[in-house]
Write a protein that binds this ligand. Structure first.
Ligand code: ZN
Ligand code: ZN
Ligand code: ZN
Length: 368
């Protein structure tokens, strides 16, 4: 997202929402939100760097002098640089003065407390609230360009899976397999996200967020592989569970069950269905087979510029699914001390059937 029109459109959409939600000003800290609005992600530091967007006024980025050049050229955004001895908060006084006293100011959820406290001291007559309810309305519905980037990311992750299953697993450590998978993802052109491949073997697979470690993988292990990467900031997130050698009886049974649950979940994705209905569907399949207590997490999460974002596919979320939403469908069964099985694809809601953005084989894959 770098084209001038895309930035202008997104800033205008954000202004429209600010007016709709009766928010006078929003302060967007370095984050996926900042990247979405300006094409510039930045990084948080003690020198505040942020976008101030006024509902009826300008878009201003404040940045330390040494970083300002990197921000020049974002269309429709004024850059105001501050020197080491200047008060950066004062650089936004005109925007606050033009915002009615008592108005609501939305700030990034991840803004450092020290920065927010300075804003609250400097501009004390405003009401501060989190920006996420506004930004999620923009970011949850992906444009055709965003969907294409997510599709490319998914296809590259699929290709890395096809390559990694050609490698030897038995006798290698989880870390060793993860490093090779990481290299295969880079070779596909995926940039590294802030999370690495998870390789969870044997009993470690029963821990859904296992930290890849030094365990040696053996014949007779199920191995959960959860990985991704980014294309132009847009994330892939896929999980496949493979088996080293000849799969035993209960593993086969649980694998087929999770596969059925995942397929049923994807089929339940349609416009206007509540997000929770997809979770109810996958959980229903697993519970009916007697494994309900072993499916210990929500069915999925939104995927976009962040790997966990709205919408969350979880009981209690009645949000109606809409074309353009993208999220994972990833049921799992985790048998403590034994093994885990999870199958995860990212899907896009379309006017018709859900579109899978991952198409690597879901049949039980045997590795050596
Ligand atoms: Zn996760
Ligand atoms: Zn994942
Ligand atoms: Zn996921």
């Amino acid at each position: 997202m770098n084209s001038a029109t895309a930035v202008a459109q997104r800033l205008d959409q954000a202004r429209k929402l600010l007016r709709q939600e009766e928010v006078g000003l929003m302060l967007v800290w370095p984050s996926a939100d900042l990247r979405y609005l300006t094409g510039y992600a930045g990084h948080a530091s003690e020198r505040p760097k942020l976008l101030a967007l006024s509902a009826d006024g300008p878009a201003v980025v404040i940045a330390p002098q040494l970083e300002a050049p990197g921000l020049e050229g974002v269309p429709g955004v004024q850059v105001r640089a501050f020197g080491e001895t200047e008060d950066p908060y004062r650089l936004l006084s005109d925007l606050f003065e033009d915002t009615p006293h008592g108005a609501r100011v939305a700030v990034s959820d991840g803004m450092w407390a020290a920065v927010l406290l300075r804003f609250q001291q400097t501009y004390s007559s405003f009401r501060y609230l989190p920006v996420s309810p506004i930004m999620r309305q923009l970011r949850m519905l992906k444009s055709a360009d965003e969907l294409e980037l997510l599709r490319q990311a998914g296809a590259k992750a699929d290709a890395a899976f096809e390559a990694v299953i050609q490698l030897r697993f038995a006798g290698r450590t989880e870390r060793g397999v993860a490093d090779e998978l990481d290299a295969l993802l880079r070779a596909q052109g995926l940039l590294r996200a802030d999370w690495g491949p998870t390789v969870a073997s044997g009993p470690n697979g029963a821990s859904p967020h296992h930290l890849t470690g030094e365990r040696e993988i053996h014949e007779g292990d199920a191995v959960v592989l959860d990985f991704g990467g980014m294309v132009d900031g847009y994330q892939a997130d896929i999980t496949r569970t493979v088996y080293v050698g000849t799969p035993e009886g209960e593993f086969r049974h649980v694998y087929e069950l999770v596969k059925q649950a995942q397929e049923a979940g994807v089929r339940a994705v349609r416009p206007d269905a509540p997000a929770q209905s997809v979770d109810q569907t996958t959980r229903g399949v697993i519970a009916a087979a007697g494994y309900g207590d072993f499916f210990v997490h929500r069915t999925g999460h939104g995927v976009g510029l962040e790997v966990h974002e709205e919408p969350y596919i979880v009981e209690g979320n009645t949000l109606a699914l809409q074309p353009g939403m993208t999220f994972s469908v990833e049921p799992g069964v985790y048998l403590p001390g034994r093994f885990g099985v999870r199958i995860e694809d990212v899907v896009a809601v379309t006017p018709g059937a859900a579109l899978r953005l991952n198409n690597a084989p879901r049949e039980l894959t045997v590795v050596h």
